[in-house]
Design a protein around this ligand. Structure first.
Ligand code: ADP
Ligand code: MG
Length: 380
């Protein structure tokens, strides 16, 4: 990829471009915990965005997307973001950097990527953090990595209409090869844990379905969690989020809240603990326990939190039947991928069977993405 980006850069803008890269991400465990002040556990992957960039001595940005075969130019003082969606990310990152007191000199850039779009691997965060990192470096702004992640998040909020949390950009900026990062979404404290599953592969099976329910259901889930937390708070005023609660405290209010809210809260409280348990297991190198906890998460998301769907439950059940070590729906739910921890000698059989059986049942093949935990934003 880098070679073709370099060639294009030289043909458009000449010599002297500097290469930067960033990554998409997975989240091993810790789903629907972020807005409950709990933990997420993401890592950067070996699929990302690569850009070659050079300051051009003007106040204009000229960017070329190799994947879209399209060029866009914009002035750094212009009020209106470009029409092309990919260019809005770059425009937004420039503006958000300036907003934070950073300098942004005009530049030329050619970039390309290999994160599948809209598959739940956050190609947009990869794009944002690549440019946020590069602009920071080229202008010697010394903005810290957490703020670079915030620049990406604010870009989504203010220029792309996506009110996302911080996890994707955080993982994309902080990712390190062979490590997952446990992020406390309440305090923003984070810690690296070793993830070197020798003899196993991480593989995503993309159902390629997206059910309509997603956004209204998401809001309802949030409401249920807030209701449960508010009820518990009456007995335990010190709590702020559902993640501060334990199972006993939830049981105390069982009769006071709707059954549905109880089940949602039961899932969240269990999930926060599972992230901690996975971290313990990783420190022991115990990938079988990690896998078992992934299945427990899937059960919770499907039966307690009720954000799975027929296609994802099908893939999860198939994984279990085939003795795959761990499997769960990844992301908000109602479609998208399952993330699977699979022994290497089972891998090919699992992938072939998942493709065939899923296609026989649902009429189309799922897509398969192998991922390796890798470095996040960096200069090449
Ligand atoms: P995802 O879940 O992958 O982040 P989004 O819809 O948030 O999906 O972001 C996808 C958008 O990010 C694309 O429509 C495009 O504008 C931009 N993007 C991602 N990867 C690339 C790429 N390789 N080249 C150009 N634009 C990209
Ligand atoms: Mg995105």
């Amino acid at each position: 990829m880098l070679q073709s980006i370099k060639e294009k850069f030289e043909s458009l803008y000449g010599e002297g471009g500097v290469a930067y890269a960033s990554a998409g991400r997975i989240n091993l465990i810790g789903e629907h915990t972020d807005y409950n002040g709990g933990y997420v556990f993401p890592g950067a992957i070996d699929k990302g965005i690569t850009a070659v960039i050079k300051l051009n001595g003007t106040d204009k940005v000229n960017a070329y997307s190799l994947d879209y075969n399209e060029a866009v130019s914009f002035g750094l003082e212009e009020a209106d973001a470009p029409a092309q969606s990919w260019a809005r990310y770059i425009f937004g990152v420039c503006r958000e950097t300036i907003k934070r007191g950073g300098k942004v000199a005009g530049f030329d850039a050619v970039f390309a990527g290999d994160v599948p779009l809209g598959a739940g691997l956050s190609s947009s965060a990869a794009l944002e953090s690549c440019f946020a990192y590069a602009i920071n470096d080229l202008n010697n702004n010394n903005i810290d990595k957490f703020e670079l992640a915030r620049i990406g998040q604010s870009t989504e909020h203010n220029y792309c209409g996506v009110k996302c949390g911080i996890m994707d950009q955080f993982a994309s900026c902080f990712g390190q090869k062979g490590s997952l990062i446990r992020l406390n979404c309440k305090t923003m404290e984070y810690k690296y844990f070793p993830f070197n599953p020798e003899g196993y592969k991480l593989v995503l099976v993309d159902s390629c379905v997206k059910h309509e329910l997603a956004s209204s259901a998401y809001n309802k889930r949030r409401e249920s969690c807030e209701n449960a937390a508010a009820a518990i708070k009456k007995n335990h005023p010190e709590i702020e989020f559902l993640s501060d609660c334990n199972r006993l405290w939830l049981d105390e209010v069982r009769g006071e809240i709707p059954q549905e809210d109880f089940l949602r809260a039961e899932y969240v409280i269990g999930e926060v603990q599972r992230v901690l348990d996975v971290c313990d297991a990783l420190e022991r190198g115990d990938y079988e326990t990690v896998g078992e906890l992934m299945y427990q998460t899937h059960f919770g998301l499907s039966r307690l939190y009720e954000v799975s769907c027929e296609e994802l439950d099908f893939l999860n059940k198939l994984a279990r039947k085939m003795d795959v070590t761990g499997s769960r729906v990844m992301g908000g739910g109602f479609g998208g991928c399952t993330i699977n921890l699979v022994k290497e000698d089972l891998y090919q059989n699992f992938v072939d069977t998942a493709k065939a059986e899923f296609a026989a049942r649902f009429g189309h093949e799922p897509k398969i993405y192998d991922v390796v935990i890798s470095d996040g934003a960096r200069k090449l």
